[in-house]
Design a protein around this ligand. Structure first.
Ligand SMILES: Cc1cc2nc3c(=O)[nH]c(=O)nc-3n(C[C@H](O)[C@H](O)[C@H](O)COP(=O)(O)OP(=O)(O)OC[C@H]3O[C@@H](n4cnc5c(N)ncnc54)[C@H](O)[C@@H]3O)c2cc1C
Length: 440
């Protein structure tokens, strides 16, 4: 049993991708921290599957070995092909255009739980344990020592100057900091609304023979009149696979107009594939048949963004937001985990700069708190989130397809624009997040 400390410099609450990225950044800078999570162990559910070049670059700057291992765990999708149900191309995004800027000129298809597993390995390898089963239940300021005191459900107590709120979209710490989570459309606190999206994420093994319009090496999306279907091939690394991994394992996203069942079964998913999936309206291809559903879940998302990522308590302690605690949106373009990782890496750098500035001030005998360093982090990452959310919204409009002239013109215009090399390069840069990379 690892003893739980009573004080530290930084407490990271949440060991998801954002918290882990921040932990790696702090460890690289030798800043003492404690990372806690309410779960009993890392989660294992089907969520993100796409890692973008910007997250790989950010992690690679901290540990090139980690990025290399993430890449070798996954499948490199060099393109993203979208078609309509008749198999006519809607757009074909070619990531090779990024080769001049990054060695990660692809979408990395690697399930979130496996990405987190690798990140945890690297955090722990640096001698930093992850303290599971530690749910923060209350926080109070200790102004005399410029610290917060965190109380856990386990009864433990921890003091820290900085709290990193990496506790996901329902963030408790965001509430403690009094930072509202606002729907950018209604400008009201995020709640159920017309922009909510329902979708299903399932890990599916398809039967052999797999129709060739479900590629084993690239992302493929079908934009229908009733939602979208995205197939992402993934490597089978489950212990049960042994030496015989499933060849046709895919993570499949289904955009659905109605409320799906809580854990959709093979019959429900096959019906969507039969009516809207690849091959459903094509004489050339058969529809892929489901052999097995390994995991499935429904999700509902709505957009929300905080107005600031930083809260300074009167005595000079901080709550600093990263990842889903600060922004949430739909899954289009696979951006959430990616942004969270980049938030975490940048926040570690900002904390380092803030501490160094405080030390210098102390040496000079002044007590100037350079809050502007942390505010700059907040302003920059919020602007990135706003831009990404706009892009996700546009992508969601495309993915939702629909009947009538409006969607028809939108899809035709896309097909036309993506033929132009500079449009392709611009879109690849945007979606990869490289355009937002921090210049240091
Ligand atoms: C279906 C689906 C598909 C997605 N697809 C993609 C994709 O392809 N690409 C992509 O980039 N993103 C995708 N995302 C988004 C991505 O999953 C999230 O953006 C990402 O998980 C956010 O990471 P996080 O670390 O900020 O929060 P989380 O992963 O939610 O982690 C928060 C952690 O905080 C812990 N916690 C919460 N409260 C407390 C507390 N009080 N005390 C202690 N611990 C606490 C939780 O247990 C949890 O482990 C998808 C999301 C969904 C739902």
């Amino acid at each position: 049993m690892i003893p739980f400390p009573s004080s530290t410099e930084v407490c990271i609450v949440g060991a998801g991708p954002s918290g882990l990225a921040c932990a790696l950044g702090l460890a690289a800078r030798q800043i003492p921290f404690v990372i806690v999570d309410a779960l009993e162990q890392g989660h294992n559910s089907s969520r993100a599957v796409l890692l973008q070049a910007s997250a790989l670059e950010a992690l690679g700057a901290l540990s090139p070995e980690l990025s290399a291992e993430l890449v070798s765990d996954g499948i490199q999708s060099k393109t993203w092909l979208a078609t309509d149900p008749q198999d006519r191309p809607v757009f074909h995004l070619r990531m090779a255009d990024l080769e001049r800027h990054t060695k990660y000129a692809f979408f990395l298809l690697n399930p979130q739980h496996r990405v987190e597993h690798r990140m945890r390995e690297y955090v722990q390898r640096g001698g930093n344990p992850i303290h599971w089963h530690k749910r923060v239940s209350s926080v109070r300021e200790v102004a005399e020592s410029a610290q917060y005191e965190l109380q856990f459900e386990s009864g433990d107590v921890l003091r820290a100057r900085y709290i990193v709120a990496a506790d996901g979209s329902k963030s408790f710490l965001r509430t403690v900091a009094g930072i509202p989570f606002i729907d950018p459309h209604t400008k009201k606190a995020a709640g159920p609304g017309p922009n909510d999206l329902s979708f299903v994420v399932a890990d599916i093994v398809f039967e052999e023979p797999l129709p060739s319009n479900v590629p084993r090496d690239t992302l493929k999306m079908i934009v229908g009149t009733n939602g979208f279907i995205l197939t992402a091939p993934i490597r089978d690394s489950s212990p049960s696979a042994g030496g015989n991994p499933a060849q046709n394992l895919f993570r499949v996203y289904f955009g659905v107009p109605d409320t799906p069942p809580r854990s959709p079964d093979a019959a429900y998913l096959q019906e969507i594939l039969d009516t809207q999936g690849p091959g459903s309206h094509s004489a050339l291809h058969a529809v892929a048949k489901i052999a097995k559903v390994l995991d499935s879940a429904r999700y509902r998302t709505r957009m929300a963004l905080v107005d600031k990522y930083v809260h300074r308590a009167q005595g000079g302690a901080y709550i600093l937001l990263v990842g889903d605690a600060a922004h949430k949106h739909g899954p289009a373009g696979g951006q959430g985990m990616n942004m969270g990782i980049c938030d975490g890496c940048e926040l570690a750098q900002a904390i380092d700069e803030h501490r160094s500035a405080a030390l210098t001030a102390e040496e000079r005998g002044t007590r100037h708190d350079t809050v502007e360093i942390l505010e700059a982090y907040s302003t920059r990452r919020r602007a990135v989130a706003r831009e990404v959310m706009d892009m996700v919204e546009r992508m969601t409009e495309v993915e939702n397809g629909g009947a009538g002239w409006g969607p028809y013109f939108l899809l035709t215009a896309l097909w036309f624009f993506f033929k132009m090399p500079f449009v392709n390069s611009w879109a690849a840069c945007k979606i990869s997040g490289l355009g937002h990379a921090k210049r240091t």
